[in-house]
Ligand binder design. Structure first.
Ligand code: ADP
Length: 261
């Protein structure tokens, strides 16, 4: 039995197809967020990657910031429930999830069954989010997926004192004109994100095991500094950015089973 989860985010659309609630058989990611053709494209992509038609999918669940705009789905659920379930599917021992997406940061506590117990979220501000990193990558003239490796090559850390993205942007430009090494500057940018997110995480308490999800979990520089700030190991799955979509597909399967009984 096949179920499909789709996560319509602020910057990227993700989708996954799961067989019998147990095995991921297809993945899709389109670098376009809500309000674009991203949702339709990722839906078509994940079906074609699996070589199946819409009719072969028993249930589709949608989640994410743009979930109310997608009409192909049979049901919808919040990102919080879907991330909790998705990370539990990837790493069943995880109790604390640090999810850094394009526009928000969430710290979730989950049960051993992947049920959300509580959460904290950032204020409406880009500091500590993927958006902050996207802006900084543009200024230092590298791709966002290159930041992690660049930051890991640093020998020093150029501290960024402004938390606000707009002010930090000016600060980074002035550091660039002072001829600092890009690696050291990127390391400082990552520290700014790690400090901001770990302060939020400490507010909710850290229960091991800890995992990161969302696109920023793919940035190895941020993950390494988060481990330093929180003084704990952090698990990162290669499918970390797809966690919400995977959780939606698993929850769609659970709904089907419940309907049958
Ligand atoms: P949303 O669900 O809000 O669209 P995502 O969880 O997909 O957000 O994360 C998007 C963010 O992840 C981007 O803003 C970017 O900073 C970061 N990101 C995306 N892909 C990568 C990558 N390959 N390496 C490092 N960071 C990435």
């Amino acid at each position: 039995m096949l179920t499909l989860g789709i996560d319509i985010g602020s910057t990227a659309c993700k989708a996954a197809i799961i067989k019998d609630g147990q095995e991921i058989i297809s993945r899709g990611l389109i670098q376009l967020g809500t309000g674009t053709i991203g949702p339709r494209e990722v839906f078509a992509l994940v079906l074609s990657n699996a070589g199946v038609s819409r009719e072969q999918i028993k249930r589709v669940m949608v989640t994410g910031y743009g979930r109310f705009t997608f009409e192909e789905a049979d049901s919808q659920k919040s990102e919080l429930s879907c991330h909790a379930k998705g990370v539990n599917f990837l790493f069943p021992t995880v109790r604390t999830i640090i999810d850094i997406g394009g526009q928000d940061v969430k710290i979730l506590k989950v049960s051993s069954r992947g049920l959300l117990e509580n959460f904290v979220m950032n204020e409406k501000c880009a500091a500590g989010t993927g958006k902050f990193l996207d802006v900084m990558a543009r200024i230092v003239n590298v791709r966002v997926d290159e930041l992690g490796e660049i930051g890991l090559r640093a020998t020093e850390e150029v501290s960024i004192s402004n938390v606000c993205t707009v002010f930090a942007e000016s600060e980074v430009i002035s550091k660039l004109s002072a001829n600092v090494r890009i690696e050291d500057l990127v390391n400082g940018i990552h520290r700014s994100v790690a400090k901001r997110v770990s302060a939020l995480a400490f507010r909710n308490g850290i229960i091991p095991d800890v995992a990161m999800s969302g696109g920023v979990a793919l940035n190895k520089g941020v993950v390494a500094l988060m481990e330093q700030e929180l003084k704990t190991d952090i698990m990162v799955h290669p499918d970390c950015q797809l966690a919400g979509a995977i959780g939606a597909a698993v929850l769609a399967y659970e709904e089907l089973i419940k309907d049958k009984n």
